[in-house]
Design a protein around this ligand. Structure first.
Ligand SMILES: Nc1nc2c([nH]c(=O)n2[C@H]2C[C@H](O)[C@@H](COP(=O)(O)OP(=O)(O)OP(=O)(O)O)O2)c(=O)[nH]1
Length: 143
């Protein structure tokens, strides 16, 4: 039994959050997630995240604070350790290179999505602390 570490980005921009829908060629097709992916050998979660976001969305992100790690057993063989980070949009245009689609949503709209199960605690933490995360990001964007 091996735990797979995955980092994911909660990209906040203009009071909205970027969410991504997994495509039919991915595992958990049609489910929504925060973009990101598996850590490679020797990578820190932050390094992995910057690489994955560039690969999936063609954009550069600034990685800010880490939220609580969410562990979820999809099966006996597949245990995901999801490491979420609040991020900002640093540069580059968004291109949807791997997902079915992406959307910028208001915080209230996130609860309507069919989330990958590991993301539910992450979404709840985001919702509970939204005012703080939102204003922290807004302040950084101005600096
Ligand atoms: N990127 C990302 N992956 C997530 C989230 N929630 C969640 O359960 N996952 C799972 C889906 C995948 O099994 C794994 C991330 O793997 P990946 O996106 O790098 O690669 P993959 O589709 O080839 O993974 P897989 O087919 O082997 O499961 O983590 C999330 O919010 N973001």
């Amino acid at each position: 039994m091996k735990t797979i570490s995955v980092s994911c980005a909660i990209i906040i921009h203009l009071n909205k959050v970027l969410v991504a829908k997994r495509s039919s060629t991915m595992s958990q097709p049609g489910m929504w997630e925060f973009p990101g992916g598996k850590l490679e050998q020797g990578e820190s979660p932050e390094e992995s995240l910057i690489r994955e976001i560039k690969e999936e969305l063609g954009m550069e992100v600034s990685v800010y604070s880490q939220l609580t790690v969410s562990k979820y057993a999809y099966s006996e063989e597949k245990i995901i350790e999801l490491i979420p980070f609040i991020c900002g949009w640093k540069s580059g245009d968004i291109r949807v290179l791997e997902h079915e689609r992406v959307d910028w949503l208001e915080i209230e709209e996130l609860r309507l999505l069919n989330w990958a199960p590991a993301d539910i605690p992450v979404y709840n933490e985001l919702l509970e602390n939204w005012q703080a995360f939102r204003s922290r990001n807004t302040n950084r964007a101005k600096n």
